[in-house]
Design a protein around this ligand. Structure first.
Ligand code: KIV
Ligand code: ZN
Length: 381
């Protein structure tokens, strides 16, 4: 039977941590409403102790978004957790996401501490968070570079304290997919009581491996994935939600999720606009060129059958139709196709003449618009 993967969206928290990406409470509400319609299971809405806006936004969103779990981030610090708990009073299903760094460098340099003291702080944080809500997620920050034996020890203790979700972040995007997968497998096999909790994959993209690592996490037992629309986030960003959702859909791996795929393009545009972060044109699934074809060989194949060069039908992700872009690399097949779509039925001789006129113009201009081609056809006679 196919296993449902929970989609935890952190666009409004980790995504908003990208430089220059501050959202107003109104903009957060607008995006949260769309995330609800998209079908995400959890919306991480913010870090209530970080600013009054990030506290107040829970009330605003709580009044309008009832289905998904709404999550508040905190450090393993009592005052943070108290504010997160208070912020969640106005939501229907609330989760506190608390945690602490577990890698040698975090323990030594960030906390000037030792493993036993870190475990004590983690347990105290989870216990305190449980006084506000049943649903408590623990993150072991920099788990990607943490010792697996220590991770197993701390996770066992936080499960005893009541953590229901265990987040294993590759905070610095360091792991290779097989390493991240083995880490999840090791924890699944060695942490006492792990069956009582959901393992969550949270990967960063510093080496361009966030999506691959997240998939390795799922294959090895993660039941939740943490991601952002367009992969926005600190430095090189987070795992991109649209990539994970489409990988789960396109490959039969025994998993499914509740994402409404046809909404992926519109929410990508909304998030890009409100965060003022453009999407790179060649971005998988939602980039402007993700379904655009400009070389003659590919265009010829596409015109014969879309499946020659596309593994996803763009309409499935709400991106309309595949595009045949006219450039100096286009061949007669693409020019004929474009002319036909403009309503012209050209004879082979006419097509040949048009192609000869087209190429020198295309060599000067990057793309030739369909309107321009129309003008060229009209001027032929
Ligand atoms: O990357 C990370 O470790 C995080 C945690 C705060 C969950 O975003
Ligand atoms: Zn993160």
């Amino acid at each position: 039977m196919s296993k449902q993967i929970q989609i935890f969206d952190t666009t409004l928290r980790d995504g908003e941590q990208a430089p220059g990406s501050k959202l107003s409470p109104g903009e957060k509400l607008e995006i949260a409403l769309e995330l609800d319609l998209l079908g995400v299971d959890v919306i991480e809405l913010g870090f209530p102790c970080s600013s009054p806006d990030d506290f107040e936004v829970f009330k605003l969103v709580g009044n309008h978004v009832k289905r998904p779990t709404i999550c508040a981030l905190s450090r393993a610090v009592e005052s943070d957790i108290r504010l997160a708990g208070e912020a969640l009073k106005s939501v229907t299903n609330g989760r506190i996401h608390t945690g602490i760094g577990t890698s040698p460098s975090h323990i030594k340099y960030k906390f000037n501490s030792n493993e036993d003291k870190i475990i004590d702080r983690a347990v105290a944080a989870v216990k305190y968070a449980k006084t506000f809500t049943e649903d408590v997620e623990f993150y072991a920050e920099d788990a990607g570079r943490s010792d697996n034996i220590f991770l197993a020890r701390i996770l066992e203790k936080v499960i005893e304290a009541g953590a229901t979700v265990l987040n294993i972040p590759d905070t610095t995007g360091y792991c290779l997919p097989w390493q991240y997968g083995e880490k999840i497998k090791f924890l699944r096999e060695n942490v006492k009581g792990i069956h009582k909790a959901t393992i969550s994959a949270h990967c960063h993209n510093d080496l361009g491996l966030a999506t691959a690592n997240t998939i390795a996490g799922i294959e090895n037992g993660a039941g939740q994935v943490e991601c952002t629309i367009n992969g926005v986030g600190e430095r090189a960003g987070n795992t991109s939600l649209e990539e994970v959702a489409m990988i789960i859909k396109q490959h039969e791996m025994g998993f499914h999720c509740n994402i409404k795929h046809h909404k992926l393009t519109s929410i990508s545009h909304l998030v890009s606009d409100r965060l003022r972060v453009p999407v790179q044109p060649n971005k998988a699934i939602v980039g402007k060129n993700a379904f655009a074809h400009s070389s003659g060989i590919h265009q010829d194949g596409m015109i014969k059958n879309r499946m020659t060069y596309e593994i996803i039908d763009p309409s499935e992700v709400g991106a309309g139709e595949s595009k045949i872009i006219l450039t100096a690399r286009s061949g007669r097949a693409a020019i004929g196709y474009a002319a036909k779509s403009l309503g012209y039925k050209l004879s082979p001789q006419e097509l040949d003449a048009l192609y000869k006129r087209f190429i020198p113009i295309a060599d000067k201009e990057r793309n030739v618009s369909y309107d321009r081609l129309k003008g060229m056809i009209n001027n032929m006679n």
